[in-house]
Design a protein around this ligand. Sequence first.
Ligand code: PHB
Length: 388
Amino acid sequence: MRVQVVIIGAGPAGLLLGQCLLREGIDAVVLESRTREHVLGRIRAGVLESGTVALLERVGVAERLHAEGLVHEGFDIAFAGGRTRIDLAGLTGKTVTVYGQTEITRDLMDARAAAGAKTLYEAQVLPEGFEGSKPTVRFVKDGKNHSIECDFIAGCDGFHGISRASVPAGALRTCERVYPFGWMGVLADTPPVSEELIYVSHERGFALCSQRSRTRSRYYVQCPLSEQVDEWPDERFWAELRRRLPEDAAAGLATGASIEKSIAPLRSFVAEPLSFGRLFLAGDAGHIVPPTGAKGLNLAASDVHYLAEGLISFYKEKSSSELECYSQKALARVWKAERFSWWMTKLLHRFPEEGDFGRRMQLAELEYISGSRAAQTALAENYVGLPY
Ligand code: PHB
């Protein structure tokens, strides 16, 4: 079998790239090591930059997003008993859309199925030969060996995927920071405590009130990495969240049985370059941000935008110059989002090892932001997404 592009990974990055190529008549197959149900079962962030929404519109998968997604014009930062609203729309003229990653994945899966495009699940893949001009992806499915020859391989298989791991040691530089805490997250069918998101910096640790719809909430509290999900029965979670919220929010918090509960570690990570011969890394396969800035999915979308541009220009204009710039263009945006995500993480979490001085610096910065339109604009500009 031969195709133009093999896409490894059927998460949002891989499926979105598949959709971009499908619209241009470029022949691609998507291979995924897990099942469709596993991919859909992963609960991830849900805040989309307007650039991400625009890309989803361009490739024809924004209908349900527009019907069900919630447009947010701002969010709150709560600290020291008060709250500051960051007026995204007023400061930048842009908004964000709350729509779960799971829903985007489902929409992309449906679009792919409707077009009759191929996604092979439970395929254990091995990318080969991408240093030369004839890459091959070998894979095992249902106990049988297969191989696909292609022009290019897109590695969209996440941080733990085989794509980045297949690049010879020494060809990639990596930069990493692991944070000394995690996020304990709960999804519940309760009305969100507030119409807009609330990011909370509290002595007991960070908390976040997010949502998926008007009837489904997503909440997080910072927790030690040593803790396990089973140490967090619902009652403990709700009590801890309530203690960290501003009083009015705590009073209005509707609690209920959790429908998903998990602890996520926080990490900043970048691999450079994002291309190696005819293998291109996109999304979490190439970089990770801590979730505090809501940038992970949005960065996957901008990577896919640049990569799709490169592949389309290769096939339509017989030019490889865009593809050659892929890594450089994508990384320029990635590093800025890394900076913003790291900064939001440092600003809002409790770092006990930083002591009282560290905490006073956070509070001084939060107060500065509260009183400065310039500081709020810088924050808002990054939160709604830098241009690409
Ligand atoms: C979420 O809704 O899961 C979410 C929202 C904003 C963030 C991180 C996660 O910054």
